[in-house]
Design a protein around this ligand. Structure first.
Ligand code: XMP
Length: 520
């Protein structure tokens, strides 16, 4: 299934920059569809058929590492405007006859650029005194201007910070306009899209909604679809979208593992079954999960047990629905982008994530993945367009294995109940102080140690509750949220005064890396 049939787009050729996805998101925020492709996949020039403009990303390579760069240089002759960013700027320069060398000073962070000439690319980009703050991250620089190009702006360290060949519509910038630290970076991208590429606005959640509903109908026709609903943002939006397309031909299966947040099962049933009148099978498997997890303390074992049992239960209930041909999944665009292999490095397995990805092989179902061209923020906007409540759409992420990985050590029903209460107090407190939406993810965990405390005149010996709240862009890296003392004090009091079983509250101040977001 594809959303991008005949959609004019901006193609981003990825050289492995950590900001490639950000470039795509910025362009889409400006209302133009953009896709990412690895530089190694540029051989077939047919893929450039609907391309209005090309962006070459940054990356960790050096332009002289010919054996690693599998980029089809013929792209430059396609008569499609090209903007090179950082490494992209260097590679255009080299191909066009310029020179690239190691900079005397590596530039990381803010730098000032000064305008030297006018260009459509920098319309309204510079302040009145012709300077702008930009964000740099490079060790090499263009040292000789290629023939046919002119200098548009310079920085202290690099004379050729912005260059252009107006006739061939080739542009290069040494800095990163896609990051928010570059002032008016979005204006530069906007100029490239609308003044240079003459792109049209073709990307909004309303347009996506209609297109996606149409293509789901086309893909599944008259047969039935099943979907594992977790109550999280992605599966909720997928379910709602498919329901809007094919109504009752979709059946959702919601498995209550007993490891969900407080009242979550009621919220899901209320929203999807009672309010939206969707076909929903509710399975309360909490006892089964608890039994299987009895005396298990190894994190990987816990994850595997939960994943396996989930699939078993899902299969059992889906077999009861006749004539099912499709399984709906909330795969997102970042899951599909092959951008991390440029340097050949592979991240080692840190945790085995549990989702329903393993299902179709056994069940011989075809996949419907209507969100596979969308970023998370676009999924949220689409959800609102589909009239899902703000509460569902803006919820913090929640892991498949749920509270099991927030109770290090052995899991008991008593511990789960204590944790559900603590987590609920914490989240409500964040909402009360208007902090919930400033935080990417927050939760409470129950540590497997008891410590001594004193309440009234009595000695207590109870659990430690750990609070974690982080800021992040995508969950790959994270920083702890900086609460003030008053907030920490009041949530600590609230939890200890209201929940029997906890007599100490600690706040996790590690970032990711070196820690991970979840405890297990
Ligand atoms: P970590 O702990 O790896 O978490 O830093 C990164 C993000 O992933 C979530 N997470 C999961 N999500 N199934 C999921 O669907 C899982 O098994 C899983 N484990 C962690 C975590 O909550 C955080 O948002």
């Amino acid at each position: 299934m594809s959303l991008n049939n005949n959609l004019k787009k901006i193609l981003i050729i990825d050289f492995g920059s950590q900001f490639t996805q950000l470039i795509a998101r910025r362009i889409r925020e400006l209302g133009v569809f953009s896709e990412i492709i690895s530089h190694k996949k540029t051989n077939n020039l047919k893929i450039f058929k609907d391309v209005k403009g090309i962006v070459l990303s940054g990356g960790p390579l050096n332009v002289y590492q010919n054996h690693k760069i599998k980029f089809n240089k013929k792209i430059i002759e396609l008569d499609i405007p090209i903007l090179g960013i950082c490494f992209g700027h260097q590679i255009i320069s080299k191909i066009m006859g310029g020179k690239v060398k190691q900079s005397k000073f590596r530039e990381f962070g803010l730098a000032k650029v000064k305008k030297k000439n006018n260009s459509l690319l920098v319309k309204n980009f510079f302040s009145k005194n012709n300077v702008n703050n930009v964000w740099m991250s490079h060790a090499d620089q263009v040292s000789r201007l290629p023939k046919g190009f002119k200098i548009i702006a310079s920085s202290k360290n690099s004379n050729l910070t912005i260059i252009e060949n107006n006739k061939k519509k080739l542009y290069g910038v040494q800095f990163h306009p896609e990051v928010t630290h570059t002032d008016k970076g979005k204006i530069l991208l906007k100029n490239f899209l609308f003044l240079i590429c003459k792109a049209k606005r073709n990307w909004s959640s309303k347009q996506q909604k209609f297109k996606l509903i149409k293509s789901v109908r086309k893909q599944v026709g008259n047969v039935k679809v099943i979907c594992a609903l977790s109550g999280g943002v992605d599966s909720s939006v997928v379910a709602r979208l498919i329901n809007s397309a094919i109504g009752k031909k979709l059946t959702c299966i919601f498995v209550n593992t007993g490891l969900l947040r407080k009242n979550e099962e009621n919220q899901v049933v209320n929203t999807f079954k009672k309010k939206l009148k969707m076909n929903l099978i509710y399975v309360d498997a909490s006892n089964e999960f608890l039994n299987k997890l009895k005396n298990v303390s190894d994190p990987e074992k816990k994850r595997k047990i939960i994943g396996k049992l989930f699939i078993k239960i899902f299969e059992k209930y889906s077999r009861k629905i006749k004539k099912v041909k499709f399984l709906a999944q909330g795969t997102l665009y970042p899951d599909l982008i092959e951008s991390k292999s440029v340097t050949g490095s592979q991240t080692s397995k840190i945790k085995s994530h549990h989702n329903v990805g393993g299902l179709p092989k056994k069940m011989k179902l075809k996949l419907v993945e209507p969100l596979k061209y969308l970023f998370k923020d676009e999924v949220r906007k689409l959800g609102l367009e589909l009239k899902l409540s703000k509460e569902i759409i803006s919820r913090h992420p929640f892991p498949g294995p749920g509270l099991a990985i927030r109770i290090p050590g052995i899991i008991t029903k008593e511990k789960i109940n204590i944790l559900k209460e603590a987590d609920c107090y914490f989240i409500n407190h964040l909402r009360k102080y208007n902090l919930y939406h400033k935080i990417w993810q927050a939760y409470a965990a129950l540590l497997p140690v008891k410590t001594v405390g004193v309440m009234g005149d009595n000695r207590t010996y109870e659990h430690i509750c750990l609070l974690r709240a982080i800021t992040s862009e995508d969950g790959m890296t994270a920083d702890f949220f900086n609460f003030n003392k008053k907030f920490l004090q009041s949530i600590s009091n609230k939890i200890i005064n209201n929940i029997k079983g906890i007599n100490r509250v600690v706040y996790d101040v590690t970032s990711k890396p070196p820690s991970t977001i979840e405890l297990e």
